[in-house]
Design a binder for this molecule. Structure first.
Ligand code: ZN
Length: 121
């Protein structure tokens, strides 16, 4: 399937965003996953170790994009360096004070991109 997921929130952000890459890993089912993290009140922390960038997301938002996957199933691309292999996602539990100190990136919408393919005949 030729499908690409983009965050429409991109336009609001003047610098980079971590963009999700759609993935489906049946073998990841059955582990502590986004639905569990959501119920437990955890936050998803996504880091690019190459750029030392950290972003926080709601598990329910990422579940809408990736399905109910564990942290290893969350595939994102760093918009600053364009790399996917330096991205690491974790579920974290935060105190109220810690949550006050960070900004959580909320999913505004998902836009499907139409790709045009030409063939010379
Ligand atoms: Zn990066």
């Amino acid at each position: 399937m030729c499908r690409k997921v983009l965050l429409t929130a991109m336009g609001i952000c003047s610098y980079f965003v971590l963009m999700p890459e759609p993935s489906s890993h049946p073998r990841l089912v059955g582990r502590w996953a986004l639905a569990n993290a959501d119920q437990a009140g955890q936050i998803v922390r996504v880091e690019c170790y190459h750029c030392s960038i950290t972003r926080h997301y709601y598990p329910a938002d990422l579940k809408a994009l990736f399905g109910n996957v564990p942290p290893s199933g969350i595939r994102m691309r760093c918009e600053k360096c364009g790399k996917t292999d330096w991205i690491r996602a974790d579920f974290v539990r935060m105190s109220a004070a810690e949550r006050q100190a960070i900004r959580i990136r909320k999913l505004v919408g998902v836009r499907m991109v139409r790709k045009v393919i030409w063939k010379d005949e």
